[in-house]
Structure formats: structure tokens, C-alpha cells
Write a protein that binds this ligand. Structure first.
Ligand SMILES: Cc1cc2nc3c(=O)[nH]c(=O)nc-3n(C[C@H](O)[C@H](O)[C@H](O)COP(=O)(O)OP(=O)(O)OC[C@H]3O[C@@H](n4cnc5c(N)ncnc54)[C@H](O)[C@@H]3O)c2cc1C
Length: 349
């Protein structure tokens, strides 16, 4: 059964969302802003092999084909290599031990350095990092279903693996980094000496990512960053972040190794955000903060939003698995195995 193509919009060069919103009477500005987000999503999709693109997904075809492709909804159990399975088993054992002993959290109610380090020692933070950089190169389908298992012990520890490995610095560097950047960043990300976060949201730029105001301006061998980020999960001095900022007016991603202590150029805004009460979620303020120009990632198409959406898409599935495991998102969980299987090979072609 063939899949019908949408009719030509007559607005070539614009995304479907932008065209539809404009035709629906929305202002040119609203159509352009929403269209920019839609385009970033499309650009990520174009990085995937055809069988993993939305139009070929079981759910999309069930809606648009004149029949439901039932066979595509069957999921296969992920095949987990023994060395990856050992990392997973050891990680669960570390979490269980601390949970039973009541030693998961420090006096602020956040995870202790001891447990984060012990998880690093058994390979937890390197699950999605390739072997040549010190990780175990877990297949994504194994990783996502493993998070369900970890979430039964502690949902926030499971969530942090997704923050670090998908939306944090691991996915942006392994998918979009050059050879030198991979060599420089991935070993520390794999062993957990550099845990990571992703800094996209800003005051006034949450859903509307075209409103970003944080800038990075080239000065010699560095970029000089000014601006403020908000709601950043897992941000602590000394960690590594994927920072989305504007370079010459376009969104870009810089990998930033945060200083070990706050200073004039780098400060954290502290508040209580109880959705993730056992991990840190803070704002970041940059004032003339210097980042080596060699830390800029390059997107093969699109811009920094493409890099951001690649990790967000992986993170969405991984967190879904996590929530499904804790009973928090049953509707998502029921559709999950097929989705995970489909994402098992979401790698750049
Ligand atoms: C627990 C938690 C962890 C987070 N971790 C991170 C992180 O690690 N890194 C990071 O970068 N960000 C993080 N965020 C930020 C998160 O991505 C943003 O909160 C999210 O993008 C929404 O942005 P906002 O809060 O500014 O809400 P807004 O964009 O201001 O939206 C507010 C409300 O308006 C609605 N709305 C917005 N625009 C429209 C529209 N055009 N039409 C109709 N309704 C609309 C929204 O649906 C929402 O209900 C986190 C947030 C939370 C709560």
C-alpha cells in the first residue's frame, strides 16, 4: 500500500507547520517561529535511514495506510551483549545496595558523590559511549528497556542516565563531534568523571526556541558567552554541558566544561523544582564566559537546534521507558517496544 504524499503547499521552502499556520490565519511571526521548530525536527529525521523515519513508522502507517500493518507492531526482545549486561547488572546492584542502606542522598536530598562515582566505576555513565572511548556501546534498544529496570530501583537514577547519555553531552558529541572532540570529551563522559547536562531553555525561551538570547561571539581562539539558562537538570560546577546559544544569529551547540567553582563569569541560580527533587536543577548565568572555539559542534544539516532535537528525541524514548517502568506513563509504555526497536538503529547514516 502506498503512502500518500501531502499535496504541494505552494509555499516551498517553508515547513508544513509554517504553511498550515499561515493558511489558518496565524500571524506571520507565529507561523515563522513554530515553523522553525518544526524544521529542526524534520532535519533530525532526515539524518535517519528511511525505515526509521516517521512516515514509515508503524503508528504513522496505521493512520495513513488503508490498512494496519500489524506485523510491524511486533517487537523483538533486545539482544544485549554479555559485557553490556554485566554493566547493567552491576549498576542495578550499586543502586540497590545504597537504597537498602539509606545512603542514596546527601543532606540536600540529592544523590551523593559516592553513588555517582560508584555507578561510574561499574560503567553506568558510559553505556551509550562507544567502546573505543571507554564506554560499553550498548544498543539503544537494550539501554531503553534497561532504564525501566533501573527505574524500579530508583526512577531518578534512571532519568539521569538519559539526561547524561541522550540530552546531555554524550549524544551531541558522539553523533555530531569530530574525531578530536570525541577523543577529548567522550572518555570523561564515559567514566563519569564529567557528568553532563544540556542547557537549552532560557527565561522567555522554553517552547519558543526561536527566542533564544544567549550569545557566543568569537574572540581569537575562544567564543565569549553571555546569557542565562533556566531549568537545567544535572547542572553542577565541574560538569560538562551542551550549551545552545546564538552564534552570528543562528542556534549553535558548544560543549562547555564548567569551572569547578562559581565565579564572576559563571554562576548558578538556585531554586526548588520538585519534579526532580533528588537531583540538581538550576539556572546558569554566563557573563563574558570563555569557551574554546574548538568546542563548537557542527550539524551536517540545519543548525544547533538539529543537534538539540537529536538528543531530545532519544531522551524522550528513554524517559518514556523509565516512566513506563514506574507506572507513570502506561499509554506510552504500551507502544514502547516497537518504538524502541525502531530507534535501535537511529544513527547517522
Ligand atoms: C523538571 C524539568 C526539567 C527540565 N530540564 C531541562 C534541561 O535539562 N535542559 C533544558 O534546556 N530545559 C529543561 N527544562 C525546561 C523545559 O524544557 C521547559 O520547561 C519547556 O520547554 C517549556 O518551556 P517553559 O517552561 O518556558 O514554558 P512556556 O514555553 O512558557 O509554556 C507555558 C505554557 O504555555 C503553553 N504554550 C507555549 N507556547 C504555546 C503555543 N504556541 N500555543 C499553545 N500553548 C503554548 C505550554 O504548553 C505551557 O503549558 C526542564 C523543565 C522541567 C520542568
Amino acid at each position: 500500500m502506498s503512502i500518500e504524499s501531502p499535496p504541494s503547499s505552494g509555499h516551498e521552502g517553508k515547513s508544513f507547520a509554517e504553511t498550515a499556520l499561515a493558511l489558518g490565519g496565524k500571524s506571520a511571526d507565529e507561523a515563522r517561529r513554530t515553523g522553525a521548530i518544526d524544521t529542526a525536527d524534520d532535519q533530525v529525521e532526515a539524518l535517519f535511514a528511511p525505515q526509521y523515519q516517521t512516515v514509515n513508522s508503524p503508528a504513522h502507517r496505521a493512520v495513513w495506510d488503508r490498512g494496519v500493518p500489524v506485523e510491524l507492531f511486533q517487537s523483538s526482545t533486545p539482544v544485549t551483549p554479555p559485557e553490556v549486561q554485566k554493566v547493567m547488572d552491576d549498576s542495578v546492584a550499586v543502586a540497590q545496595l545504597h537504597k537498602a542502606a539509606g545512603t542514596l542522598h546527601n543532606e540536600e536530598g540529592k544523590f551523593t558523590d559516592a553513588i555517582l562515582n560508584e555507578l561510574g566505576a561499574v560503567g553506568y555513565w558510559g553505556l551509550l559511549v562507544d567502546k573505543e572511548y571507554g564506554g560499553s556501546g550498548a544498543p539503544f534498544s537494550s539501554f531503553a528497556s534497561f532504564l525501566t529496570r533501573m527505574a524500579l530501583v530508583d526512577p531518578t537514577i534512571a532519568g539521569l542516565a538519559s539526561v547524561h547519555g541522550c540530552i546531555g553531552a554524550v549524544d551531541p558529541v558522539r553523533t555530531f563531534g569530530n574525531a578530536e572532540q570525541k577523543q577529548r570529551f567522550l572518555p570523561g563522559l564515559a567514566n563519569g568523571s564529567r557528568l553532563s547536562a544540556f542547557a537549552l531553555t532560557e527565561p522567555c525561551a522554553g517552547s519558543d526556541l526561536t527566542a533564544l538570547r544567549t550569545t557566543a561571539v568569537r574572540d581569537g581562539e575562544d567564543y565569549v558567552v553571555n546569557g542565562e539558562k533556566l531549568f537545567i537538570t544535572n547542572v553542577v560546577p565541574g560538569r560538562t554541558i551542551g550549551l545552545v546559544c546564538l552564534i552570528e544569529g543562528k542556534p549553535a551547540v558548544l560543549i562547555v566544561e564548567l569551572p569547578k567553582q562559581e565565579n564572576e563569569q559563571f554562576q548558578l541560580r538556585k531554586y526548588g523544582l520538585w519534579a526532580l527533587k533528588h537531583t540538581y536543577n538550576r539556572g546558569i548565568i554566563f557573563r563574558d564566559f570563555r569557551v574554546p572555539a574548538a568546542n563548537l559542534l557542527a550539524a551536517p544539516r540545519g543548525d544547533g537546534l538539529t543537534i538539540a532535537y537529536h538528543g531530545l528525541n532519544l531522551g524522550r524514548v528513554a524517559l518514556c521507558a523509565n516512566a513506563a517502568g514506574t507506572g507513570g506513563a502506561r499509554s506510552c509504555g504500551s507502544a514502547l517496544p516497537g518504538t524502541i526497536a525502531a530507534l535501535g538503529a537511529t544513527r547517522r547514516q
